[in-house]
Design a protein around this ligand. Structure first.
Ligand code: ZN
Ligand code: ZN
Length: 338
């Protein structure tokens, strides 16, 4: 093989992204090298592309972007307690934990105090090859469709959100049908929600919400749901959606907040949090590896079918086109093929 590869690189601290030829990386001690089979675009990648305030805070160009991938292991360098072999199909946990801080030691690796991010703080996987720390590599069950493997990260987010809420037998409102919101709809149904109502402005994703199992979808929530919903899963980070969610959730209900607002949001603590005696919990990422086992179960059992929300496939070199579709909101998951 030639020693160069195609990669999507954030080269400069400004809007945009470049398709580049760069050397194939060598796995350092404790890392493995994968030949990337498929990757999927995440909302985070839009932030990086746009070079918004979040990106400026988290990224030091140049960096190979992309964190949702599936690849075949071609080289392993170092101790390998997970018994991963050359030829295995693996994905990477985006959250590269340190393993040493207090949170890591008490089973909260996903909120490690010294977290490094794959495809954000270090080179990621929108490339023909990528290196991944062995400790954050997940070996995929080969019964899962290859096309679903790269999107286990957002599905994992949804699983962590839904499990935190306890939705069995309850009415659930999902606000925001981006890819993770769409996953949340499917996971809430899989975990026994009595009724799933979904809210999204764009029609394209409302249709996808239906496809993923939502019982009802709305651009604006009808007034009849005011104070009626048992559980709200806030996946949008949108201020209007957050206000709608707070209005819809019933007294003594539960609200999980996952979508990150782009700016500060004003909240009426008295009216909603105190008077309703709400349980509000923030959720970040996925439990490592508890959530991944759950995700694997959902995918191998067919309880969740991620392929239903894959709407586009682009060659890696056509990343710019893929990003424009992603930004339009007229898509589900978009796959990239190196
Ligand atoms: Zn992601
Ligand atoms: Zn740590």
């Amino acid at each position: 093989m030639s020693n160069r590869m195609l990669a999507i690189v954030k080269s400069n601290p400004q809007k945009g992204i470049s398709v580049k030829e760069i050397p194939i990386p060598e796995p350092a001690k404790g890392e493995l090298l994968v030949k990337v089979k498929l990757a999927s675009i995440c909302g985070t990648d839009i932030n990086i592309y746009d070079w918004n305030s979040w990106a400026k805070l988290h990224i030091e160009p140049p960096i190979v972007v992309g964190h949702e991938i599936v690849g075949e292991v071609v080289k392993i360098n170092g101790q390998n307690p997970n018994k991963i072999k050359v030829g295995d199909l693996v994905s990477s946990e985006t959250h590269i934990y340190c393993g040493k801080c207090q949170q890591c030691k008490i089973g909260n690796k996903h909120i490690c105090e010294n977290m490094q991010l794959f495809g954000i703080g270090r080179n990621g996987g929108f490339a023909e090859y990528a290196t991944i720390p062995i400790r954050t590599t997940w070996k995929n069950d080969k019964r899962i469709p290859l096309e679903a493997m790269s999107s286990q990260e957002p599905l994992g987010n949804a699983v962590h959100v839904v499990k935190t809420a306890d939705v069995k037998g309850k009415s659930v409102l999902v606000t925001g049908l981006g890819p993770t919101g769409l996953c949340a709809v499917a996971v809430a149904k899989a975990y026994g929600a009595k009724k799933v109502i979904a809210l999204n402005r764009g029609e394209y994703r409302r249709k996808l919400g239906r496809k993923m199992g939502a019982d009802e979808v709305f651009a604006e929530l009808p007034g009849k749901y005011s104070n009626k919903v048992d559980v709200v899963l806030e996946m949008s980070g949108n201020e209007n959606a957050i206000q709608t969610a707070l209005e819809a959730v019933r007294i003594a209900g539960t609200m999980i907040v996952f979508g990150i607002p782009k700016q500060e949001v004003a909240l009426d603590l008295g009216k909603y949090f105190i008077d309703k005696e709400l349980t509000v919990k923030g959720v970040f990422g996925r439990k490592i590896w508890d959530t991944w086992f759950e995700v694997s179960k959902l995918l191998t059992s067919g309880k969740v079918d991620l392929t239903k929300m894959i709407t586009h496939k682009f060659k890696l070199k056509d990343f710019e086109k893929a990003m424009q579709v992603m930004k339009s909101g007229e898509c589900g998951k978009i796959l990239l093929v190196p």
